[in-house]
Design a protein around this ligand. Structure first.
Ligand code: PMP
Ligand code: GLN
Length: 388
């Protein structure tokens, strides 16, 4: 290999396969129930599917505008105003992306320079680490510690340096299910303002909450003007495969993100953009049904895991529960997850992949409850073999 190629592949070493792809492949190979990757095993509301089919039949099948179709940009702005009182101009403050993933990648590529530092909560969603590395930046992590997964503002303060450019905040949080409270969000906002940092927020689970409502960081004093707020239709409407996401930010920040996005995908998902515009405009009913059904499944999975002897504190948001497998006599989540399909026919995710602090993440395993109740029952029955 040439020195240049070696250098480039070393830079992204460790990001070559995602744990989600590896574990989903293992689920298929072994015929296991996949409680690993977070995708629903049934389609979202039927009406939204109809809207997509109608959009295809109406001929919305060529490149949409670079920023996204006007109907969806308006719907995203309306949603931010209706739900959070945040005002964005659909013309130059809203950008449609290929899922939240592209919005995150474009934000980091656009707003970081080589050598800059990106602060993120640990455990962190795997794309943050990879996208930070692709931007030539360095990650600095602030731990959320179990069992309640709270952020200590002193830990945040301690990792910010003169090189810090971005604070990347994920709430509701994957993998822990934590929804940051007012104290934590205020501390982040205050620090961003004091140190003149840009915030990038990943709010893909904004509507999947089972207790206190989600509050966007952008709604804190001084934050709207320095925050790129990211979300996606995948989780809210249970259509993860459509990959319709968006970013909202003040025009100068969003223009930079749009430039990066333009050369990643340019555009995507024309008919799905129409369907999601209609879904967002349809208001809350479509989402409420999903949340209620997830709430029941959260209880089902957590209670089931508890009956196996695991501690399963109920997550406040998203659709994952994190357990410590030492309660079952295992030390290492990776070994546990590699053994599980063969032994029980169930797949889960070893949380250590979301950690720099390997000892902290080693015994943790993440399970998703966004599967049908009968599937969760079957998985729990299979897991009972662990006790035999
Ligand atoms: N952020 C978080 C925290 C996630 O869990 C996911 C998983 N879907 C994403 C971003 C990616 O979202 P999308 O599928 O819209 O790209
Ligand atoms: N967000 C989902 C999860 O955390 C899917 C991630 C992925 O497939 N990249 O499980």
């Amino acid at each position: 290999m040439s020195a240049r190629a070696e250098h480039l592949s070393a830079r992204l070493q460790g990001y070559t396969t995602t744990i989600f792809a590896e574990m989903s492949a293992l689920a298929l190979e072994t015929g296991s129930i996949n409680l690993g990757q977070g995708f629903p095993d049934t389609d979202g509301p039927e009406q939204i599917k109809r809207w997509a089919i109608e959009a295809i039949e109406a001929g919305h099948n060529q490149y949409p505008p670079g920023k996204g179709i006007p109907e969806l940009r308006r719907a995203v702005a309306d949603h931010a105003r209706r739900c959070y009182g945040l005002q964005y101009d659909p013309e130059d403050e809203v950008l449609v992306t290929a899922g939240a993933t592209e919005a995150i990648a474009a934000s980091l590529l656009a707003l970081c320079e080589v050598g800059d530092e990106v602060v993120m909560l640990e455990p962190y969603y795997d794309a943050y680490a990879a996208c930070t590395a692709m931007a030539g930046a360095t990650r600095r992590v602030v731990p959320l510690r179990g069992p309640d997964w709270r952020m200590d503002p002193d830990d945040l303060e301690a990792v910010v340096t003169a090189r810090t450019r971005i604070v990347l905040v994920n709430s509701p949080h994957n993998p822990t299910g934590r929804v940051l409270d007012d104290g934590e969000l205020s501390a982040i906002a205050q620090l961003c303002v004091e140190r003149d940092l840009v915030a990038v927020t990943d709010e893909v689970y904004e509507h999947l909450v089972y207790g206190p409502a989600h509050v966007p960081l952008a709604s804190y004093p001084g934050m709207r003007e320095r925050t790129v707020s990211i979300s996606s239709a995948g989780k809210t409407f249970a259509y993860t495969g459509w990959k319709i996401g968006w970013a909202c930010a003040p025009a100068p920040l969003l223009a930079a993100v749009r430039t990066a996005k333009q050369f990643l995908t340019y555009v995507s998902g024309a008919p799905f953009q129409h369907a999601i515009a209609a879904a967002l405009e349809a208001g809350d009913a479509l989402v409420e049904t999903t949340v209620e059904s997830l709430r029941a499944r959260r209880e089902q999975l957590c209670a089931g895991l508890e009956s196996l002897g695991l501690e399963a504190p109920r997550p406040e948001g998203a659709y994952f529960v994190t357990t410590d497998v030492r309660a079952l006599g295992f030390e290492d989540g990776v070994e546990f997850c590699r053994m599980l399909p063969e032994r029980c026919g169930v797949v889960a995710i070893p949380s250590v992949v979301f950690y720099d602090d390997v000892p902290a993440g080693r015994p943790l395993v993440r399970w998703t409850f966004c599967k049908q109740q009968a599937v969760l029952d079957d998985a729990l029955e299979r897991l009972a073999k662990l006790l035999r």
